[in-house]
Design a protein around this ligand. Sequence first.
Ligand code: NAD
Length: 368
Amino acid sequence: MDENKILVLSGDGVGPEAVDEVKKIINFFNKKKILNIAIEEDLVGGACIDEHNVPIKDETIENAKKSDAVLLGAVGGPKWDNLPFDKRPEQGLLRLRSDLELFANLRPAISFDPLIHASSLKPEIIKGLDILIVRELTGGVYFGKPRGIEDLGNGQRRGINTQVYTTDEIKRVAQVAFELAKKRKKILTSVEKSNVMESGKLWKEEVEKLGKIKYPNIDLKHMYADNCAMQLIRNPKQFDIILTDNLFGDLLSDAAAMLTGSLGMLPSASLGKINNGNYSSGLYEPVHGSAPDIAGKNIANPIATILSFSMMVFYSFNNQNLSKIIDKSVKKVLDNGFRTEDIMDKESKKVGTKEMGDLITKEIEKNF
Ligand code: NAD
C-alpha cells in the first residue's frame, strides 16, 4: 500500500486537543492497514514562537511541500497578541498558504439533522443542505497593488485597495471548482459583480470560456455576489458548488457556514495545483481558531478537525468511500445524542473532547 506522508501542525490552544482525536482515527486506519499514513509533527504559531522565535521555520515549510498533505490545528492566543503584526502566530499560517500556493479554499456547509435547530434559519430551509464554497485565496483585493493610505493634505486621507485578477488566476481556481463539480451534482454557480466591476466581467468571461471548452457537461450558472448573499439565506439548497473570488468568498463562506450553526463543526481545505488528478500538499484545518477560553479543559469540539481530516482523505488521498465513512460516523454519534458543550441541547448527553473522539473512532471501527 502506498504511504501517505502527512505533516501535523497542532499549533496552539485547542488545536493539539482536537488533533489528538484525529490521531486516534489514523492509528486505527494504520493498524487495520486501511491506510498507510506516516505522521511527522512540527510546531506552528505561538508554540513555534516560544521555541524558535518565529511563527514557522523554513524547514517546516520545505517539509510541508514534500508531504502529501498538512493537518493544522489552530494558531494564536492572548500570550502573543502584543507582538508586531509580522511576528504574530497567524503569520505562520499565512506563510504556509502562500508558499504552498494554496489558491483554492474549500468550505463545505453541511446541515446535520440532529443539529438542525442550531441554525437561525427554519429547519425546512436547511434540512439536507450540502453545499461547497470554492474561494480564490491568494489574489484579488487583499493582495492587489496599489494599496495603502495616502495623506492628501488639508486633513484628508485616501485609503486604496485594488481588485485585480489575471486570466491564469481565474482559470486555475475555476478548474478546481469544475473538477469538483464532476464528482458532485455537476452544477456550478460562478459568483462575481460583472455588472459594476471589470475584474468581475473578466472573471465571468474566463469561467464561461473554460466551461465551454473543457467542461461542457457541467451546468454552469452565473450570479451577482449581492444576489448570491440573498439567495444563500432565502433558498440555500438551490446551490451545489459556489465559485467566487477572495473578497466575496470571505463573506459568502462565513454566511454559508453559519447556516449550519456551530463553529466547532466547520472543516476546510486549501488546495493548490492538480498533479495527475491529485492535489499536491493540501492544507486541512478547522475554520475555528485556538479558542483560548476553553483550551486544556477537555470541552472543545473535535468534529471540525475530524471533518477536515475527512476532507484530506477525500481530496489528497482520493478515497471518497473512506471519507464518507468518517462523515457518516460523525453523524451517527450525533444521531445517538452525544454532544460537546458548544452544540449541547436539553435532551442530549454531554461529552468531552476525548470522549467525542473515542465515540467517533468506535463508530468508524464498526465499518471494518
Ligand atoms: P475562535 O474560533 O478561537 O473562538 C471563537 C468562539 O468559539 C470562542 O468562544 C470559542 O470557545 C468557540 N470555539 C472555537 N472553536 C471551538 C471548538 N472546537 N469547540 C467549541 N467551541 C469552540 O476565535 P477567536 O476567539 O476570535 O480567536 C482566538 C484566537 O484564535 C486568536 O488568537 C485568533 O487570532 C486565532 N484564530 C486562529 C485561526 C486559525 O488558526 N485558523 C482562525 C481564527 C482565529
